[in-house]
Design a protein around this ligand. Sequence first.
Ligand SMILES: *[C@@H]1O[C@H](CO)[C@@H](O)[C@H](O)[C@H]1NC(C)=O
Ligand SMILES: *[C@@H]1O[C@H](CO)[C@@H](O)[C@H](O)[C@H]1NC(C)=O
Length: 351
Amino acid sequence: MERRRWVTLLIIMCLFAGSTGRGLEIKNKVPSLLYNHTLATILVEYASAVYMSDLTQLFTWTCSRCDGLTTGFEVLELIVDVENCLQAFVGVADDLDAIVIAFRGTQETSIQNWIEDLFWKQLDFDYPGCTDGKVHHGFFNAYNNTIVRSGILDGVSRAKEMYGDLKIMVTGHSMGGAMAAFCGLDLALIYGGNNVEVMTFGQPRIGNAAFASYYSEVVPNTFRVTHEHDLVPHLPPYYQHLPHKTYHHFPREVWLYNLGFGFLIYEVEKICDGSGEDPDCSRSVSGNSISDHLSYFGVEMGCDTSSKCRIVMAPSLSSYGKVDDKGNFALSRSPPSKSILKTKTQSQMID
Ligand SMILES: *[C@@H]1O[C@H](CO)[C@@H](O)[C@H](O)[C@H]1NC(C)=O
Ligand SMILES: *[C@@H]1O[C@H](CO)[C@@H](O)[C@H](O)[C@H]1NC(C)=O
């Protein structure tokens, strides 16, 4: 049902693009690979699952969001930064022939507070290796200067040791999308831009125009999915008349919106131009919706509990972990220990 609806709207979208003469406009020097709708509907499920607070279920891929299109996924590394409330995993998806990395968005009790805070983020950090490239130090540090980066790199190198040269797909929603972008950039510099794909959902702006252009050269295969009036992609604000002061999105945006013909409503996926700030995509509407932020392709994004940084973990899991003095940890394993772990956690629950 769902799938058929999407097909219909894709057709409508093509008709529309043809009739207005406004389709793909490629301004990038680097040709970007084609947007793949099926892949987007799969990756959004990973970006949703990484929010789950029960770490045992997440590690064994048995959580309530760990099914559907992600069935069979194998987590190799689960990173939890308790101090900064960050969560991410690295694993292998057999069906995608890829390493999948997902970052959780903010787990604030009040998403409003987090969003208000986004208005005031300054471009205050020179991105290393990128002339004039500026980002916000908080976004960058959340990836680079916490236990997250080392955990991710460790998970990726183990996955490559075990499975050979897999593609790397990085995803995340909201603040997790910002971290996914920094991670994708880092991995593209290490493993080559052709081996890394990034797809984010409802991601805020993370840097200035010089950074955006550097980013899109290093990680050309990037899609930034936005949804209707989701307000987070509108933040921190874009000031058209302050080119040296303003944040600027990197390409390529794909905007999901509803198109009504009388009583018929179609969901359209619009592939935007290569500027990163296509005025005919999400920027053509006001960003005023939190509920559009919390749902992508009909998948629920955000936390499963309202409490801040809640962690549920079976004690047996700690045998997979390295815990630092602040209580942050990364759980890692090499297959085929999955069955052993399952037995352990089950007996733990029976006890
Ligand atoms: C889109 O992605 C899916 C899932 O990875 C893959 O099976 C399919 O072949 C891809 N389609 C194209 C046209 O690349
Ligand atoms: C990023 O993190 C690495 C260690 O993981 C560190 O060596 C490097 O200096 C950091 N970069 C910046 C700009 O902070």
